[in-house]
Write a protein that binds this ligand. Sequence first.
Ligand code: IPM
Ligand code: MN
Length: 359
Amino acid sequence: MNTYQIAVIPGDGVGVEVIPEGLKVLRRVGEVTGSFSIATTDFPWSCEYYLAHGEMMPKDGVDQLRSSDAIYLGAVGFPGVPDHVSLWGLLLPIRKEFDQYVNLRPIQMFEGIPGPLRDKGPKDIDILCVRENTEGEYGGMGGRFKEGTPDESAIQVSLFTRKGVERIARYAFGLAQGRRKILASATKSNALNYTAVMWDEIVAEVGAREFPEVEITNYHVDALAARFVTAPETLDVVVGSNLFGDIITDLGGALQGSMGLPAGANLNPERKYPSMFEPIHGSAPRRAGQGIGNPMATVWAGAMMLEHLGETEAARLVMDALRHVALNGPRTKDLGGTAKTIEMGDAIAAAIGARVTPH
Ligand code: IPM
Ligand code: MN
């Protein structure tokens, strides 16, 4: 039996409330399958930690995570610490230093949880977003000049490298090859005449050379956003740069019916470094502290972790349990119910191994 070393960073806000539920479900599915257990190490890095120590994590923080099999992260950011300080102090350095260049975000609806689109349901919405996660608009380079003067200015540089675009394109094509063989690429090469034009060229090259069976369609990201709403069934795998991927995956999350649902995997596909799994909803400061956050996104992130660790059957059981609860309840506030975070976690754990009610 495998024991996985999981580094746990609950972080801020609802992160600290949903992570224990995710771990509960992971432990439960380990018992039910009898195929693995998890050993967790908790890292208290957060905005609270920042206020006490003047940094989001210790200088050697990333090194402390290095030997883990995976990282399970709640959320980062809380009022009292500027968001760019907390995020550049914790989440973004982990993504970059562990070269987690794929941010994989599935957009799928559950039967039983309505989305905001009148005529679209689980059969219409099944989009796998592949977001570049280490460069692009999040290069982190630039500066502020003549601050506080009438001549104040700021520069934020986008960095697109051939290597970076090639590898994210290759990863997305690989997924598309195993699915509907259509790949949508988010671009904006009408306005971004250097970076996005190079992006388009490299995506086309990788496709022509390595994935001739996959049909590529380039969509300007504004039109793609509209298409998410008007014709999501025409989309299957979508690849985009860091910022474009960020924006369209929140849109996708909203289409799922609640931001309490969507999960993401920050992957280092070569497995040279640990990968990191998180709900994409953030710390939700207004909901925090009440025990009402929906743990489903965190549980889903846990299923993605299991998939990454090779525990395919366990991952499937977790997704089935989520489907079961989506259909039968209980429901947290975001889904129109009154269940607490813990009740929801208990229900998902209890549904592991239950049959999904046919409909
Ligand atoms: C996400 C978040 C982060 C991002 C923020 C918190 C920096 O929105 O994971 O999508 O933009 O990557
Ligand atoms: Mn985001």
